[in-house]
Each structure stands twice: as structure tokens, then as C-alpha cells.
Ligand binder design. Sequence first.
Ligand SMILES: [Zn+2]
Length: 164
Amino acid sequence: MESLEQTEQSLTSSTEEPTLPAAPPEKLTRKQLGQLRRQYLTITHGTVKACEHKARFSKDHDPKNNCVDCWSAYFATSVDLDFIHTVLTTKGVKALVAMKGTKFVRMFHGFISSQLLPALAAETTVKPQDEAPATIIGGTFDTTDALRGETDTVPAGIGTSATS
Ligand SMILES: [Zn+2]
């Protein structure tokens, strides 16, 4: 801590305030993911708010169910999304599958496409140019809905071209 005198000096000499060096945009969303994580803190008292399931997951344990809300809460609170993103962009989907398993990746895909990306889009109008969008081919959260025979209500050409 500086003395009062020094503080006054630095104040009067104006630009003493160190402007934080603009860190090079480190992959798309370090900051944005942090915001999202807070935004999606959806667990209260060990229960996922959205579905009222017990939050039976932790940093090292995936949810055992297929509940989208549970997985979303899991991704939002217990998963290092920045790390996952790094793996995806630097090593690819296969590497992530090898590390986390197919279910994780499938659920992650659903998470980013149904929640993360829209949230990011809403939050930032300016897109970082150096962002390499991570793409995962395969399942989405919508799969089960499609299997319920509701397919005729789905507008043709709805978004992604799932070819699996
Ligand atoms: Zn749930």
C-alpha cells in the first residue's frame, strides 16, 4: 500500500493508473465462458433447478442420466469449458471422445448448440475473428424428440445438417 502522499502524487500525475495490457484474445471465450458459468449456475442445495434432479455430478463424475438440464448444469458448473474448447480446437473431437467418452461429447454438442452458442450470440454482437468454431458431428439433444414421431411438426431444414 502506498502512503497518502504517494497516492495523491500518482493521482495528480494522472496516467499512473496502469492500463491492463490487453491480453491477446485467448481462444474465443475465456471471459465469455466465465460469464456464462455464472449465468448458468442453476444448482441450489444440490438440486438442479430446471429439473429438480439431485445434482449427482462433480468435476470428476459425469451425470449418470440423460437429462439435458442435469448435463447443462454439469457443463456450466463442473466442467472446464475452456479446456474442452481447447481440446476441440487443437486436437479435435476424437481426442475429446478419448478423454471424456462419447456420451460426454454428444451431450456437450447439445449443450453448446442449444445453450452456449445462442447465449454467446446474444451476449456479444462482435465476434472474435480468430475463433475457430468447434464442430462436433453427431447427436443432439433433439434426437429423442425426433424419435417420438413428432417429426412432421419440425419445420423442414431446421438448422444443422445432422447426417448421422
Ligand atoms: Zn435433471
